[in-house]
Design a protein around this ligand. Structure first.
Ligand code: SAM
Length: 286
């Protein structure tokens, strides 16, 4: 039998409902969020409202998006008299940030979310896509995900996720939250993560599409040297890769996990220039 959040208060496993029940952790999250009275907040999945009331006290306006009908009904009752709260019953992945910002009467939002693991990656992607509307995000994530996001080159956690997030934000792991702080107790440890969104990418990139395909190809076979993994990039020959190595000074016998963000930017920009040169040459009449 699947668990449903009923009027009797049984959390739904399928929606990742693990509610924060530790007041001290709630206060630490609020402190970390540092909401100023001129800032508007988007709370993702308010659940039973562990953070909602406190966020309402601090924020200029609060938008809280909850997918669960039963919880939504309870929140509506509990917070009936607050003009500056907009409760939205919706899937956060379907929400338009430009509409939220319009209502919030603020060019940028502070996002606060205790993320359920089943949508973590999709929500992170959505936040990165909507980065122009976000100042910072304070997220409770699975501890391992937090470590992957903040990982440095050379560590085994460093990969595509670290690069995608570090390109657009400055991530910082603030503290760990043990399972006992939630009801029901999850099987995994959580961490509080802050993402400070940049106005422009943290390193200069010539062609974003080629940057992502370079990183993807490099990590597709983690144990392989770059000179082998990058061969899956369309249009590049072994000779081309020798030229790319000479131009960037990056030894292609290295593995993806040793390259910094700057090195990936340099590698992909050189590949982009190289591929466009090849296209132009191919188009020229003989
Ligand atoms: N913020 C509350 C807390 O800390 O106690 C609840 C956290 S609980 C881990 C995640 C909440 O997100 C649940 O209330 C769940 O119903 C809601 N949720 C799950 N998927 C969602 C989605 N796609 N869109 C909006 N809310 C969602």
């Amino acid at each position: 039998m699947s668990l449903k959040y009923t009027a009797a208060g049984i959390p739904r496993k399928d929606l990742g409902q693990n509610f924060l029940v530790n007041g001290e952790v709630v206060q630490r999250i609020l402190e970390a969020a540092r909401i100023q009275s001129y800032e508007s907040v988007l709370e993702v999945g308010p659940g039973e409202g562990a953070l909602t009331g406190e966020l309402l006290e601090r924020a200029k306006k609060l938008m809280a998006v909850e997918i669960d009908e039963v919880l939504f009904g309870k929140l509506k009752e509990k917070f009936a008299n607050f003009q500056k709260l907009k409760l939205i019953r919706e899937d956060i992945l379907q929400i338009s940030f430009s509409e939220l910002v319009h209502w919030a009467d603020s060019p940028k939002l502070v996002v606060v979310a205790n993320l359920t693991s089943y949508i973590t990656s999709q929500l992170l992607l959505k936040l990165l896509d909507n980065r122009m509307f976000i100042d910072r995000a304070i997220l409770t994530v699975q501890r391992e995900v937090g470590r992957r996001i903040t990982a440095a080159p050379g560590s085994k956690e460093y990969g595509m996720l670290s690069i995608m997030v570090q390109l657009r934000t400055e991530p910082c792991l603030l503290f760990d939250i043990p399972p006992e702080c939630f009801r029901p107790k999850p099987k995994v440890h959580s961490s509080l993560l802050r993402l400070a969104f940049h106005d422009s990418p943290s390193v200069a990139i010539k062609n974003e599409k080629i940057f992502y395909s370079t990183v993807k190809a490099a990590f597709s076979t983690r144990r392989k040297m770059l000179k082998n993994s990058l061969r899956s990039l369309a249009g590049l020959t072994v000779d081309d890769l020798h030229t790319v190595a000479a131009k960037t000074g990056i030894d292609l016998c290295r593995r993806a996990e040793t390259l910094s963000l700057e090195e990936f930017a340099s590698l992909s920009s050189t590949i982009a220039a190289f591929l466009s040169l090849k296209t132009v040459t191919a188009k020229q009449p003989r």
